[in-house]
Design a binder for this molecule. Sequence first.
Ligand code: UT7
Length: 323
Amino acid sequence: MGVRSLLTGVGAYLPAEIVDNDTLARRVDTSDAWITERTGIRQRHIAAAHETAAFMGTEAARAALADAGVGAEAVDGIILATATPDQAFPATALRVQAALGIRQGFGFDVSAACAGFVYALSVADAMIQAGQAKGVLVIGSEVYSRILNWADRGTCVLFGDGAGAVFLQASPAGAAEGRGVLSTHLHADGTLGDILYVDGAVGQPDKPGHLVMNGREVFRHAVTRLAEAVEEALAANQLTAEAIDWLVPHQANLRIIDAMGRKLGLGRDKVVITVDRHANTSAASVPLALAEAWRDGRIRRGDLVLLEALGGGLAWGSALVRM
Ligand code: UT7
């Protein structure tokens, strides 16, 4: 067996400001009871002016490198997933590269909304397996607070800001031990682009650039598509659900997360849940959840971890990782 991409470091960053449901209920016609019952969300972190995708991504990347016990010289690529970049260009990944004092290697952003981290992980893993890179930072960093319509109670209560990162390293030893990224599966259906989108960007100056969602439709697709993605990942590895130690799902809605847990026969004690405190941080949600459970010792070296996410595009996918 050749080389595998080992997750040698995991890191996270959350803005200091926390906004709870009661605070939102003073701004729009909603209530803590509605938000909690329908989504499981109790609070979210909201970025201050200086907490951009690049700033938060840099902090999460620093934490991932420290966790891996390596310096910036070990990084020969940065792939950053975001729908809320600091600028149209340079890529946010390159702002992170500069902030980390790195001048070698490559960097680019991935745009796949909430599935962005799984997409970025898949690309990084493929590059490592192809021998194009040995150490790749994979980051999800988002400031959705800046693209929300704060007058739309149907969306503004659902999202939060933050960043998560992993350091992936080429490892022949990991391959021998059966550790590392075992598989990734990516999917998209662009014909569903109008059920979750941002209604503008720098290319459309007359549009405000606010998130728009048909929540019920997205919910319906999320439950079906993610269930398929999870089955696909298990089948590709000739595994059954009992083999999974931890499910680290995209954190959009506790009801979707519970449906996935039920599907796999995993109780909440085997599912990492952060949606109650982070809300939906899009591309940052999976690495933020992974970082929390890795740091507090729930997820350990050798554990089999299933990551999955779905979002605007629609784009979705899964990754099966032996830590
Ligand atoms: O990360 C990308 C993936 N995103 C997702 O996976 C999100 C998927 N969708 C969802 O999580 C859920 O569909 C929502 C949480 C967005 C909505 O929950 P729902 O159970 O599907 O509610 P609904 O959209 O069917 O709305 C039910 C009612 C409506 O009132 P009527 O029409 O029944 O009178 C809404 O107007 O709840 C109303 N409503 C609210 N009420 C209080 C919608 N938002 C709010 C609110 N507070 N914030």
